[in-house]
Design a protein around this ligand. Structure first.
Ligand code: HEC
Ligand code: HEC
Length: 506
């Protein structure tokens, strides 16, 4: 059953989004109205012009979200639990549902003829598997009928969770905490909206507002996630109360590859530029959808201490194949000479220097660095998320942090924008493809260590559908450059072979 109205059902948001359990957030019509207003403000420039007359800076919208259920009085100091943190992500719909099981089971009707025919001929289970593969979803390890990437409630309604971007598959292993290199976010949201339109359903507020106003990602596996939080943050005051911004916000859209979670424990600061000290509240920005009022953030504070504890407990995945120990030992020597000053050392007594490299010197894509204005960092530094510790925020980051390389074999593609498909291509800057596309969700290149891709001099101009276009990564597009990080160029070919072998052992 779709979330929108079906024959015989009242076309109201309230019914469809009624809470399913006492602890579940209550979405009311008032909140949804706010959501639509925010969506309108974030719409394209024409709408922005129209909405400018509506915007009145500093005034809270008429409808304030109702209070969240009161938290139990603290009996003892809160002790975060990694196990609980994992369950929170899997089971708590922190943002409202946007579609349901019935929608998912009909998405195939929108696919190009050949794929649609294959899905039609398949069993219901096999069709689900095809649907999961197309949109970059994987089974949940403990409950394979459900997706890892969405919370599905007992009424079959799907809410996006952290694993949509931070949980995926390498070869046939599903790993929570692995960047989801195959998530087709834009295709999934577009197809759900098309399905709703075809059926004449009343689309959900989320489908018509936020997710439809901001580009979600121009290539599979990368998302415009930083702009989502900037866009949502523009509608909040320092205490997270909903406000309308004085001017319609403008953004430089750009897609990023999510970092692997198993490195969070090593990192003193978060995000590619290390903008903020690590804290559980930094993880809550994603929840700023208009339906979540300030009370709800406070009620969820402890849950996100659990979430951070979970992130810091995610195990480093081990290379599944054989390793040539002699070659790896030689690689270690070259690595420690050339790479360790930035990336640290590994083994029994690891070190991690968390070096920030200025973007001009590094030479990787600079759009992420330039896209966030100082005013945005200042806003963040004043916000509830840093809890009065404004010094935790770097108002003027110089570049990108050299990440830890633990488990790096698994987290392809590489660099913050995911522009380089394999470690071999990181080590051979001159051979990086200008355009490439994934062969499939489990296609992995053990020789070059990374995604198994088809490379081309340019993205072909003919595409059957937008999904086929977004399978390609175009390094000539804005924010998608594969240039820079030329440090491996000082190594001989033999040394690069050895370093590649060593990287498998981290
Ligand atoms: C739509 C995709 C998406 C969703 C959903 C998402 N993230 Fe992220 N996440 C990203 C991207 C992209 C980055 C890199 C941003 C940057 O560094 O500028 C990131 C960065 C992070 C980092 C920083 C890691 C590091 O090494 O610096 C953490 C921690 C994190 N996310 C946790 C979460 C949690 C917890 C949730 C759920 C509440 C979540 N994310 C939801 C895409 C997403
Ligand atoms: C001067 C500091 C510096 C040196 C030296 C350096 N790197 Fe890096 N490395 C970085 C930075 C910064 C990034 C992040 C670049 C980005 O995301 O745009 C990076 C990214 C990477 C990545 C991609 C990680 C990911 O998860 O996307 C790999 C792999 C890597 N480096 C390997 C190496 C190897 C191997 C060497 C030695 C041959 C080396 N680096 C030398 C600073 C350095």
């Amino acid at each position: 059953m779709g979330i929108g109205a079906r024959p015989g059902e009242a076309p109201t948001y309230n019914r469809a989004m009624a809470p399913v359990a006492a602890s579940a957030p209550r979405w009311s019509a008032a909140m949804l109205a706010t959501s639509l207003l925010v969506g309108l403000l974030l719409a394209g420039s024409t709408l922005l012009g129209a909405a400018a007359g509506v915007a009145h800076g500093g005034e809270p919208p008429a409808a304030a979200p109702p209070a969240a259920p009161p938290a139990a009085p603290p009996a003892a100091p809160f002790v975060p639990s990694a196990e609980r943190g994992y369950r929170h992500i899997l089971d708590t719909p922190y943002i409202p549902p946007t579609f349901d099981d019935d929608d998912v089971d009909h998405l195939y009707t929108l696919w190009p003829a050949a794929e649609r025919a294959a899905a039609e001929a398949a069993s219901k289970e096999a069709r689900r598997a095809l649907t999961f593969a197309r949109y970059g979803l994987t089974p949940r390890p403990d409950d394979p009928a459900k997706p890892l990437q969405y919370v599905v409630d007992e009424r079959g309604r799907w809410s996006l969770n952290c694993f949509s971007c931070h949980g995926g598959q390498v070869e046939d292993r599903v790993l929570p905490g692995l960047p989801n290199a195959h998530f087709a976010f834009q295709d999934l949201v577009d197809d759900v909206a098309r399905l709703a339109a075809q059926r004449g359903d009343t689309p959900t507020a989320m489908a018509t507002s936020l997710w439809r106003r901001i580009p979600l990602g121009t290539s599979h596996g990368t998302t415009n996630a930083v702009v989502f939080s900037m866009a949502l943050g523009a509608f909040r005051d320092a205490d997270l109360k909903l406000v309308l911004p004085k001017a319609a916000p403008k953004f430089v859209h750009h897609d990023l590859d999510a970092p692997p979670w198993w490195n969070v424990r090593k990192r003193p600061r978060l995000y590619v530029d290390g903008v903020t000290k690590k804290s559980h509240r930094a993880l809550m920005q994603f929840l700023m959808v208009p339906m979540n009022g300030p009370e709800r953030f406070r009620a969820w504070d402890d849950e996100f201490k659990d979430v951070l504890a979970y992130l810091e407990s995610v195990p480093v995945p081990r290379w599944p194949g054989a390793v040539d120990a002699t070659l790896a030992a030689a690689g270690r020597v070259a690595f420690e000479r050339t790479c360790a000053p930035c990336h640290g050392t590994y083994g029994a007594t690891p070190t991690y220097p968390a070096v920030v490299v200025p973007v001009d010197e590094l030479g990787t894509d600079r759009v992420r660095h330039d896209a966030i204005p100082r005013s945005e960092r200042e806003r963040y530094a004043r916000s509830w998320f840093v809890d009065g510790r404004a010094d935790d925020v770097d108002l003027d980051p110089k570049g990108y942090v050299a990440p830890p390389l633990d488990g790096v074999w698994a987290s392809a593609p590489y660099f913050h924008n995911g522009a380089v498909p394999t470690l071999w291509h990181v080590l051979h800057p001159e051979a990086r493809p200008a355009a490439w596309r994934r062969k499939g969700p489990s296609a992995y290149d053990r020789a070059r260590v990374g995604l198994d891709v088809e490379a081309a001099a340019a993205v072909p101009t003919e595409h059957a559908d937008p999904w086929s276009r977004r399978r390609w990564f175009d390094t000539t597009a804005a924010g998608k450059s594969a240039a820079g990080h030329l440090y491996p160029a000082t190594l001989t070919d033999d040394e690069r072979r050895a370093v590649l072998e060593y990287l498998k052992t981290l």
